[in-house]
Ligand binder design. Structure first.
Ligand code: URA
Length: 227
């Protein structure tokens, strides 16, 4: 069985044991094979996003905005939807809010390339309006697959809309901040959206508290898993 067939069967959810001995014996995959399968799966997913017509936003966007960064990151950041700059470049958080997000990461001693960044929506809503529930629902399978593939140690939900959709709640941001939530057993910390912080710089102090809290949660979890 070649790699392509294997990847195909896996994509269908069929568990395959590779017999490399010639005998009737189940053998574990090599790390290289796993990495190749994973890379193929990422490519297929990005392609599926590029070809998706499940909601009308594909008609008005310039480029799909899939996600960027380390596909095996410990930290995953999930924002709302691409804005103008992101739509032009095909990359999340590259406009002014993105610059501030990079600084927020730097405060955590994290580089943008070390984390994985994506959004609920992979296409820009016209005029930067809020995502509609049906658009979020149409895009959700892509985000879920990204989370499953990255398998982060911690997720930062960036802003109210990302948090409410990820956590399936209508609670306001003020009630979501400062608590540990979970998405499939992965801790989720809710932080202010950098676009909000640009409009309300006085909230930066609270934003810093949220980041410190996220760091504590991450450190405690790393100690549990590694120590
Ligand atoms: N705001 C978001 O939520 N995501 C982006 O990618 C850019 C701005």
């Amino acid at each position: 069985m070649d790699l392509k067939q294997l990847a195909y069967l896996r994509a269908l959810g069929i568990q395959v044991w590779v017999d490399r001995s010639g005998r009737d014996r189940a053998a574990p995959e090599t790390e290289t094979m796993k990495a190749e399968l994973c890379a193929e799966e990422w490519e297929r997913l990005a392609q599926a996003v590029a070809e998706c017509t499940a909601c009308p936003l594909h008609q008005t966007r310039t480029r799909p905005v899939f996600g960027v960064g380390n596909r095996r990151a410990a930290w995953m950041l999930i924002g709302e939807a691409p804005g103008e700059q992101e739509d032009l470049k095909g990359e999340p958080f590259v406009g002014p809010a993105g610059q501030l997000l990079n600084e927020m990461l730097r405060a955590l001693r994290l580089k943008r390339e070390e984390v994985y960044i994506t959004n609920l929506l992979k296409s820009r809503p016209p005029g930067n309006r809020d995502p509609r529930p049906e658009e979020v629902a149409a895009c959700a399978p892509f985000l879920m697959r990204q989370i499953d593939l990255v398998r982060p140690q911690i997720i930062l939900a960036v802003g109210r809309i990302a948090a409410q959709n990820l956590l399936q709640t209508e609670a306001p941001l003020s009630r979501l901040r400062g608590k540990v939530h979970y998405y499939k057993a992965i801790p989720v910390i809710v932080i202010y959206h950098p676009a909000y912080l640009l409009r309300n710089p006085a909230a930066k102090r609270q934003a810093w508290e949220d980041l410190k809290f996220a760091w504590q949660v991450y450190s405690a979890r790393s100690q549990q898993t590694h120590g």
